[in-house]
Design a protein around this ligand. Sequence first.
Ligand code: APR
Length: 232
Amino acid sequence: MTKPPSIVILTGAGISAESGIDTFRGGGGLWEQHRVEDVATPEAFARDPDLVLRFYDMRRAAIQTKLPNAAHQALARLEREWPGRVTVVTQNVDDLHERGGSQGVIHMHGEHLSAWCTACDTRHRWTGPLLDRPPCPTCGARALRPDIVWFGEIPYRMDDIQRALADADLFVSIGTSGAVYPAAGFVRLARELGARTLELNLERSQGSAWFDESRLGPASAVVTGWVEDLLT
Ligand code: APR
């Protein structure tokens, strides 16, 4: 019996844009309003922890007011109905895939709703602020930081991602500009390992030439359309 095709899906900020969460690049993007070096590096946190904690406290509060959109829900439907394996790898730090119904999502850049204790190396689901230096629920140290992979840090679960890419028959990239590595390199890796590659994005991404096919438009339309095509 042949194995049903495995699908690996990489998502970025574009999939959450229609839920009202800012993307990073382009007009009005988050990195136009804040400098990466001020809020998203370990050096920034060492230099001015209050500024960094305030920034992430705001973002953590904001995402909890947003709702998953049709694109998140379509990926959850695909996971439920596709006979083969579906692995969602996201660069997003919101929880909209989970609230849309996806399970086992790999958050390679961390999660807003998680706090990491740098004293005892435990992680805790976190919905409130960190600016007031709450104690770690495990060890009591006031050493919690946002569980976010900052620039210069190594993304999470790269081994799991490599394994999923090696097993993929189809690699799909959704709502990401292809500007940030290593995620931007997954398309080439997936191709080399034998997968077909598809891009679903508002506009062509930086790595567009590496995709066998591009479907352009807002995620709520192109992702739902693609899932519908695949399942019928
Ligand atoms: N539907 C589909 N795509 C969209 C939509 C939409 N409604 N709106 C915007 N896009 C596309 C943009 O055209 C762009 O190509 O989503 C992409 C968003 O790109 P970025 O803002 O660069 O976000 P992302 O690729 O996720 O960024 C990668 O950079 O700063 C870091 O850690 C941060 O995880 C993030 C990483």
